[in-house]
Design a protein around this ligand. Structure first.
Ligand code: 6PG
Length: 211
């Protein structure tokens, strides 16, 4: 079933960051009100960074039920955590180290294995976390995605066979900028989420957004 789509436009990345933070607050509160633990997946790249940074400030630190939230990654570049292009390392520095999120609620993609092995391990992490759903794909409460000028999202690049994946929840790919080995969630996971938010800024992405 086609899910309803809503487009929210803002004049600046800072204003957009506020919208993103509020959507996180909303989705987390919605799940927490049913005594659930909100499962949220975040993306890398530069676009989400203003939102990540403000999440570590008030009013967001107090407004969001951090102690309940579990954070996962939509994709990861297979580089050391200290590398400025590490999605996990960047998010830790931008906000995760500064919000009251239990350490056991942070689920980075493994980068210390061969990418295919890392993808398998992360798939097991997802299956274990979402166990009550049995064979069904995991249902994230909220997934934040970015968008490349070429139309890629997560590390799913146009024309790549990973886009056709129907079974595996997480796969290894190589590509993008930087062109490194990557681990990415697949469409069966992304399409199943309760809420999916594309956060996109910049004139150079206007054409692909319209498309
Ligand atoms: C990653 C991504 C990727 C990203 C887009 C947009 O490379 O880790 O998750 O899909 O969201 O490439 O990147 P920018 O925000 O840097 O433009």
């Amino acid at each position: 079933m086609q899910k309803p789509t809503r487009v929210i436009t803002k004049d600046s990345p800072e204003d957009l960051a506020l919208v993103g933070a509020d959507l996180l607050r909303y989705a987390a509160a919605e799940k927490a009100s049913h005594r659930g633990n909100p499962a949220v997946a975040i993306s890398g790249g530069s676009t989400p960074r203003p939102m990540h940074r403000i999440l570590a400030e008030e009013p967001w630190v107090s407004a969001i039920p951090w102690h309940r939230i579990h954070i996962f990654w939509v994709d990861e570049r297979c580089v050391p955590i200290s590398d400025p292009v590490s999605n996990y390392g960047t998010a830790r520095r931008d906000f995760l180290d500064r919000v009251p999120l239990p350490e056991s609620h942070i689920h980075p993609m493994p980068i210390d294995h061969r990418p295919r092995e890392g993808a398998k391990i992360y798939q097991e992490t997802l299956v274990k976390f979402f166990q009550p759903f049995g064979n069904q794909p995991p249902v994230f409460d909220l997934i934040f995605l970015g968008l490349g000028k070429d139309g890629h999202t997560a590390s799913l690049f146009p024309g790549h066979k990973a886009l056709e994946e129907k079974e595996r929840l997480v796969v290894a790919v190589k590509g993008g900028k930087p062109e490194v080995n990557r681990i990415t969630m697949t469409l069966p996971v992304l399409n199943q989420a309760s809420h999916v938010v594309f956060v996109v800024t910049g004139r150079h992405k206007a054409e692909i957004v319209t498309k």
